[in-house]
Each structure stands twice: as structure tokens, then as C-alpha cells.
Design a protein around this ligand. Structure first.
Ligand code: NAD
Ligand code: DAU
Length: 367
């Protein structure tokens, strides 16, 4: 039995992880620490709220004494660290929050963990798992080999630089103090509970509302996509079977150009509208409701500054050493995501408040 502290558990991947863990390990205690920034959403944790093994604490990971108190009072033996500022575009317009949460926040957690688990030379059995990104490796050309665990760090955005800094801190706390850490660097996730500022959920919300689908630059940028449930399962494997002090790359082996993704998503939306006449009543502003192709909304817009061209993960290490294989391919994951968003309209409608609208409007104005 484990007592697990999940930072950032009200965010996209964190919430999926909490639901997975409570189901997979019903004997474990799961404590979520989340500051509920714009990206944190208690509605994403609603399915866990009646489970007596689950507790939610609203708080900032930069508050070292709060973290220390939680580690002590809940006898935490495992920290799974998701909390972060995670959106590249926001890191370009306001890098400060990224340095604060991603670097100072990770430092704060490591300090609290070191003091609690390694006090007075006596080590309590523990694990600190740090959730990171493939963006720390920089950008690839068309013929470059995919990122493996030996690829040199070359972050290009304030977001990826702040994640790279946090990865280095985690590594240093292992080598210097003996904190029992693992790190995973994952490619682009998609699926339930993703905030509609990221490519796939933004496109779905806009398509259903009849708004333009903004594709940056020429749409040729490539990402490697992984369904979020596969990511949380991979994290579980790393925590349970991974070697302390090591890093594991996680990817879906699904490289696709952005414009292809958006076109596939549009085709998927057209298909579900064709098959279900009630959708036209629910979403009258969607072009698919009047038989117009959703792809007619695609609009090429100004590129993201410093836009990384290609990410690709070489996942052979986690595959060979821990036996990880994604269970979802991109076609089935995309369809599940569209179905989830259609079935959970209340979840995303509640997010479309004034602050969301002003962020999106700013994005359109500056492009
Ligand atoms: P998200 O933005 O959806 O959620 C982040 C969560 O962290 C939110 O609930 C937010 O309230 C919380 N948070 C932010 N600052 C905090 C603070 N100071 N203290 C406590 N909580 C705070 O992010 P996500 O997409 O779920 O990403 C989770 C983690 O996975 C991040 O570390 C990210 O770098 C990493 N990652 C994401 C992806 C992806 O495709 N989304 C891929 C690889 C790695
Ligand atoms: O690679 C892992 C990373 O993936 C994570 O570490 C980040 O937290 C996560 O946000 C994601 O970063 P990206 O920048 O790749 O994701 P985003 O969804 O913002 O964009 C995906 C691609 O789509 C990227 O090339 C930019 C492009 N894009 C994005 C948006 C929001 C568009 O063309 N139009 C858009 O409106």
C-alpha cells in the first residue's frame, strides 16, 4: 500500500492519472495538491470526489512548508509531479509563471521531499517521479533520428527551458542527496479533460462553435501523439519497475503534421454529424450541421515565434526494459476524444468564460 501525492492532479494528465491510479490500486491513498490555476479544474476530479481514499488540497507547490506538512501528515512515500505551466504560447507571452512554477516549484518540492525522506541520515523508502516533456530536446529536421534518453538538451521556448531546468534539478537531487527519483519525457498527449487551448481540444471546440481553426505557419510542423491513458500507464510502469535515477522517454510512434491532424479531426467531426442527426440541433453553428465540410473553417495564421518543427520519440528503452506498448493508435484515440467532448459538453462549456475568451481573442489579434 502506498500514499501518493499527485501535484497538478486537477490538470489534464494529472486528473487522468488520479482516475487510473484509484482504479488500479484501490488500497492506496491519493492526495492531490493543485493551485487551481486557469488550467486546474475540480470538475475533472469529480469522479474521484466520493472515494474515501482521495483527498484534494488547494495549494501551491512553491509553498515548501505546506508540502512538508502534507508529506508528514499523510505519510507520503510517492510523489508524482505533474504541476506545471504547460502551454508554449503562454510561455512566450508571459515566461515568469513558467520559471516560478516549473523551476522554483520543483525545487520547493525536492527540498520538502529531501527534508522528509532523508532526515538525519535515515532514509524512508520513497519515490519522486517527475513528469517531463520531449520538448527539452529541441527540434528535429526531417531526417534526424528520434529523441532518445542520450539526446542532448536543447530547449527553445521559455516553457521547454523551464522544464529542462526542472529535469536538471531532479537529477541533481538524486546525485547529490540520494533522493530516489525517476523522470519521464513524453510526447504530445491528447484525450479527455485537456484544456481547450491545446491543438486538438481547441479545434474541436471551435469546429462545434463555427469558429475558425487557426493553423500556425504552413501547418507542416510534426508532433508525436500519444493518447493520455497510455501515458499514465507508462508512468505507472516507470514508478513500479523503472530504475531509480533514470530517465524514460515515452511516445506514441504516431508522427503527424499539424495540418493533417486538423484535416483528420474535421473529417471525424463530419462523420459523427452525418451519423447522428441530433448533433445538428445541439451545435447549430457547426458547419457540419448544414452539410458544409468542417475543414472550410481551417485558417492559416502567423506562426508561433521559435516554433519547433518536429518532435519524435524513440521509445525503445521503455519498450524493451519495461514492456510498454501504447494500447491506442491515433485514429482510435482521436475518435474517442471527439466522442468524449460530445458527451461532456458541460465540462468544456464551463471553461469558456471571460478569461478564456480574452486569451483566445488575444491570440487571434496578435496573429
Ligand atoms: P495542465 O496545464 O493541464 O495542468 C497543470 C496543472 O498544474 C493544473 O491543474 C494547474 O492548476 C496545476 N498547477 C500549475 N501551477 C501550480 C502550482 N504552482 N502549484 C500547484 N499546482 C499548479 O498540464 P498537463 O498538460 O496536464 O501537463 C502535466 C505535466 O505533464 C506537465 O508537467 C507537463 O510539462 C507534462 N507534459 C505534458 C504533455 C502534454 O502533451 N500535455 C506532454 C508531456 C509532458
Ligand atoms: O511535446 C510535448 C508538449 O506538447 C508538452 O510538453 C506541452 O505541455 C504541450 O502543450 C504540447 O506542446 P505543443 O506546443 O506541441 O502543443 P500545442 O497543442 O500547443 O500545439 C501542437 C502543435 O499545433 C504545435 O506545432 C503548434 C500547433 N498549433 C497549436 C495551436 C494551439 C496550431 O497550429 N494552432 C493552434 O491553435
Amino acid at each position: 500500500m502506498s500514499n501518493v501525492l499527485v501535484t497538478g492532479g486537477a490538470g489534464f494528465i494529472g486528473a487522468n492519472f488520479v482516475h487510473y491510479w484509484l482504479q488500479q490500486y484501490p488500497g492506496d491513498r491519493v492526495v492531490v495538491l493543485d493551485a487551481l490555476t486557469y488550467a486546474g479544474n475540480l470538475a475533472s476530479l469529480a469522479p474521484a470526489s466520493r472515494n474515501p481514499a482521495y483527498r484534494f488540497v488547494k495549494g501551491d507547490i512553491c509553498d515548501t512548508s505546506l508540502v512538508a506538512a502534507l508529506l508528514h501528515e499523510e505519510s507520503i512515500d510517492t510523489v508524482v509531479h505533474f504541476a506545471a505551466e504547460s502551454h508554449v504560447d503562454r510561455s512566450i507571452s508571459g515566461p515568469g509563471a513558467f520559471i516560478q512554477t516549473n523551476m522554483v516549484g520543483t525545487y520547493s518540492l525536492l527540498e520538502a521531499a529531501r527534508a522528509h525522506w532523508l532526515k538525519g541520515g535515515k532514509t524512508i523508502e520513497h519515490r519522486f517521479h517527475h513528469v517531463s516533456t520531449d520538448e527539452v530536446y529541441g527540434s528535429l529536421g526531417a531526417d534526424d533520428p528520434a529523441f532518445d534518453e542520450q539526446t542532448a538538451y536543447a530547449p527553445n521556448s521559455p516553457y521547454s527551458a523551464s522544464k529542462a531546468g526542472s529535469d536538471h534539478l531532479v537529477r541533481a537531487y538524486h546525485h547529490t542527496y540520494g533522493v530516489q527519483v525517476t523522470t519521464s519525457n513524453c510526447s504530445n498527449n491528447y484525450g479527455p479533460y485537456q484544456f481547450p487551448e491545446k491543438l486538438i481540444p481547441l479545434m474541436v471546440v471551435n469546429a462545434l462553435s463555427g469558429r475558425s481553426l487557426p493553423v500556425y505557419g504552413d501547418g507542416s510542423n510534426i508532433r508525436d501523439w500519444l493518447f493520455v491513458e497510455d501515458h499514465v500507464r507508462a508512468i505507472d510502469l516507470v514508478i513500479k519497475e523503472g530504475k531509480v535515477g533514470e530517465t524514460y522517454n515515452i511516445g506514441g510512434n504516431e508522427e503527424h503534421a499539424n495540418l493533417d491532424i486538423v484535416n483528420r479531426l474535421c473529417a471525424c467531426i463530419d462523420e459523427v454529424f452525418d451519423a447522428d442527426g441530433s448533433l445538428a440541433e445541439r451545435f447549430p453553428d457547426a458547419p457540419a450541421s448544414s452539410g458544409t465540410a468542417t475543414a472550410s473553417l481551417i485558417t492559416m495564421v502567423k506562426d508561433r515565434p521559435g516554433h519547433d518543427w518536429r518532435y519524435a520519440i524513440d521509445a525503445s528503452r521503455i519498450q524493451n526494459e519495461l514492456g510498454f506498448e501504447p494500447a491506442h493508435d491515433f485514429a482510435s484515440g482521436l475518435r474517442s476524444t471527439v466522442d468524449w467532448m460530445l458527451a461532456n459538453e458541460d465540462w468544456w462549456r464551463a471553461i469558456l468564460d471571460d478569461s478564456y475568451r480574452s486569451w483566445i481573442e488575444d491570440q487571434y489579434e496578435t496573429r
